[in-house]
Design a protein. Sequence first.
Length: 461
Amino acid sequence: MTDGFDLRALLAERGGERYELHARHLNPQLPRMLHTIGFDKVYERAAGAHFWDAEGNDHLDMLAGFGVMGLGRHHPVVRKALHDVLDADLPDLTRFDCPPLPGLLAERLLAHSPHLDRVFFGNSGTEAVETALKFARYATGRPRIVYCDHAFHGLTTGALSVNGEQGFRAGFDPLLPDTPIALGDLDALERELRKGDVAAFVVEPIQGKGVHEAPPGFLAAAQELLRRHGALLIADEVQTGLGRTGDFYAYQREDGVEPDLVCVAKALSGGYVPVGATLGKEWIFKKVYSSMDRVLVHSASFGGNAQAMAAGLAVLAVMESEGTVAHVRRVGGLLKGRLEELVPRYELLHAVRGRGLMIGIEFGRPSSLGLRGRWAMLQTARKGLFAQMVVVPLLQRHRILTQVSGDHLEVIKLIPPLVIDEADVDRFVTAFTEVMEDAHGGGGLLWDFGKTLVKQAVAQR
């Protein structure tokens, strides 16, 4: 067989063009944004919670690919599983057989979800949400979905309909008939349910945007209302699931909560192969797939492919053998506790919230006159600039990758790989403390960068 393709050679020859290629052929705003904030680095390799740039410098990953890298990069067990499945030469995606891997992965997922019965496999979190919305509407015969302000459930049309951020929705109307309520507002939920046309309430137990947790008792009370009115509870665990919050699912922290449909994705991939899953109750699946005529009424071309299923099985095996959930509770508690100790020390630092390794650091208006002036300058230009000012020196000075927790929010969200350890916690807290000292001392580099961001924000108006 002629070897006409050499990936290593291609990367060696053309890898240096990465930013130019994106600017020319993909989203042109991405390289522009990365150049602007100084994130236009070249990373060469990665392992676990760390990656290295072209100069060999070690970087700590506190972003995990927006939560995808739950077990970190290139976990050896997941990597071996993918080598094994490729070497097996399986007759994948014949479409007219029942291969074992999807059934085995469904079995393992359902073992962590004892009140649920069946699984649909797609390719992403947004597909998992789309599936839940379709199934809820069909199963109940009702058209409307209730969701929460500031929610994020994906960006395809159905998922966008339950997206609580206007910036994502603008220009894509008309969307599906859906209604927002405030997270925790049981009275608003009950008002909508009384109208008799609500199929389901979809909710993130901890919202990714801003890292806001559902109030204690809210999910259980919402479930009771939904059952009374014949509507379903959909738990979006795309980011919070698979151990992220110190439980296998975030909703499990509250006794008695048993969603009718649960959406997972991201970390299930092992960071390698896109995968999404919608878990649900028997009666819902039987209603959707009610006869042989409806066998393909909802499907996905790549859903259940062997590589994705092997990755998912390996991820669950690692989590069980390495005690990932317990590790997240311990290390996440350590990280949050050390950050909370800083709140009284720095007037720009207002709150630390979240669970496990999903933590939000919120900044706010300072009390001292000098800092108030600088803060006002940023807020006048664009809300959220201070959080961005903190993210940049964390990367440029301390080689720690973080993210802001949403547009126009003064919140940094930490969602590192679930394998970070005490040394990584210490590295982050030390670096973050230095950045806070710089900010409160009127540090030139941080505030000079803030002035640059202000000029750019004003220029874009």
